[in-house]
Write a protein that binds this ligand. Structure first.
Ligand code: ADP
Ligand code: ZN
Ligand code: MG
Length: 482
């Protein structure tokens, strides 16, 4: 029997507001433990929370960017559970009246568009951090544990998808697209290693073609794209094997060990949490109002979809280029900045997608730390445009720019790479090559036009790629006709 995977993701995003969700402590990663905390985020009795307006604004941005309905009215609940990193004994979260509902995010999987529904987007607060003293850093085997409250109360947005993702690859594509969108919105640094973006994956399998949902398991804290894709693949395989053996899947959390590639069930018993949600009595209902929501909507930055459309409609780029260039905010900012220095969208786009991304891929580098600025790329392309350097030499110069951060002009000058467009000089070289290859000359004169390419190649070789191809062609045709 064929099985189809069904996946739903729960994504947590730490917002990059200046202060925490319900107090004035600063939000930042790491630092000396317990240096950014106060009675509110350490849960001292009687301390009262006040909601962070900026966080609500960021939340609205996320909701709107995911095409959600944002009613403007919502309330906070207490989600009760015990854990040392949660000394209040409850987390302030949202329950039956989340801030944003019923949205979607479109992705492309195997060249096919696919829409993933967003069930809800709500506001909550992050917990403190347990630090287990011991070699492994895990609770097992630790001598004792300490608690760092710096993270406690960091604004956390939870985004819950509908179970509408159907492969590990699609889950990765979705998470990547969501991350990209959040970066456009400038609401989080989305640093997965530092936990600013975290993902729990729910997964079940069902007979292909069925519309019922199977029993799901949950993979917690998939903290990289690779983790997510590989963990889901392994878990789907485990579930299919169980069903094929006539057994059943038990609803539980499973642990994925990236190092060994093994998935192991965490709890043997089916277990439904009862968080005893009730409305948070220390906070008034959130009446953001339609004015607020509309003002956030009006101030939204241009999102990747709109940017891509503009590249196609206004700049005349192919859809594919537009999609690639808007795949990250940094890249599209880089592209637009380059255009200010060299105004040929197609050429800039080709160089970014071919040379720049190629270089970053090959070296595993990040655009943010790339030594070539949009301005210096623009300058190189201008030298190309004016015929100062040939295309082949341009690529060589670009590689050196990436490695050294030097300007194109400086490299070209130091290495004597300027393009040779001088007709007399090229004619001299052409004559020599024609004289040395009588057989090819005969073929060409006998009507074999493509032999011209051979001669062009020889001239290029002789000039180390510096010859202007247009002039070379012209000179060769002339000489061969003589
Ligand atoms: P729970 O009550 O266990 O938290 P929810 O219904 O709230 O479950 O869903 C949590 C996440 O799990 C959502 O992203 C949802 O899309 C996903 N999900 C729910 N049921 C299934 C299922 N049968 N298979 C896969 N994912 C599911
Ligand atoms: Zn505080
Ligand atoms: Mg739930």
């Amino acid at each position: 029997m064929e099985f189809e995977p069904v996946i739903g993701l729960e994504i947590h995003v730490e917002l990059s507001t200046a202060s925490k969700m319900f107090c004035g402590c600063r939000v930042a990663f790491g630092g000396e433990p317990n240096t950014r905390c106060c009675p509110v985020c350490m849960a001292h009795p009687g301390a009262l929370p006040v909601a962070n307006r900026k966080a609500i604004e960021f939340l609205a941005k996320i909701g709107l960017a995911l095409d959600c309905a944002v009613p403007g009215h919502s309330i906070f609940h207490r989600k009760n559970y015990f854990y040392p990193d949660l000394p209040k004994g409850y987390q302030i979260s949202q329950y039956d009246q989340p801030f944003a509902v019923e949205g979607h995010l479109d992705i492309i999987v195997d060249d096919e568009p696919h829409r993933v529904g967003i069930e809800r987007v709500h506001m909550e607060e992050d917990t403190a951090k347990n630090i287990h003293a011991g070699e492994s850093g895990r609770i097992a085997g630790a001598l004792y544990s300490l608690i760092d409250f710096n993270r406690s109360g960091t604004p956390l947005v939870e985004i819950v998808t509908r179970p509408e993702i159907h492969s590990p690859q699609a889950a990765r594509i979705f998470l990547n697209k969501l991350k990209n969108l959040l970066k456009y919105l400038d609401v989080s640094d989305c640093n997965m290693e530092e936990g600013s973006l975290r993902c729990d994956a729910n997964v079940s399998v069902r007979p292909a073609g069925s519309s019922e949902l199977g029993v799901k398991t949950e993979l917690k804290n998939m903290n990289s794209f690779k983790h997510l894709e590989k963990g889901l693949t392994k878990e789907i395989q485990r579930q299919v094997e169980l069903l094929q053996a006539g057994e059943r899947v038990v609803q539980q959390t499973v642990h994925f060990d990236f190092a060994t590639g093994e998935v192991t069930p965490m709890r043997s018993k089916e277990f439904a949490h009862d968080y005893r949600y009730f409305p948070e009595p220390d906070l008034v209902p959130l009446e953001a109002g339609s004015d607020f929501v509309e003002s956030v909507r009006a101030a939204m930055p241009e999102l990747p979809g709109a940017r891509a459309r503009r590249y196609v409609d206004d700049l005349g780029l192919p859809e594919y280029n537009a999609e690639v260039l808007t795949s990250s905010r940094e890249l599209s900012d880089y592209f637009e900045e380059s255009l200010k220095h060299f105004d040929d969208a197609k050429l800039v786009s080709n160089w970014l997608m071919g040379e720049l991304l190629g270089y970053l891929n090959a070296t595993g580098g990040e655009l943010a730390s790339c030594q070539v600025t949009p301005e210096s790329l623009g300058n190189l392309l201008a030298m190309l445009g004016s015929g100062q350097v040939s295309n082949a030499v341009g690529k060589e110069v670009f590689a050196e720019m990436c490695q050294t951060g030097k300007a194109a002009g400086e490299i070209v000058e130091a290495r004597g790479l300027t393009q040779i467009s001088d007709e007399a000089q090229l004619a001299g070289i052409a004559e020599k090559i024609i004289a040395a290859n009588p057989a090819q000359v005969e073929q060409f004169r006998g009507g074999k036009q493509q032999v011209l390419g051979f001669f062009v190649g020889q001239v290029m070789k002789e000039t180390k790629g510096r010859a202007n191809p247009k002039v070379v062609n012209q000179v060769l045709r002339q000489k061969l006709a003589e």
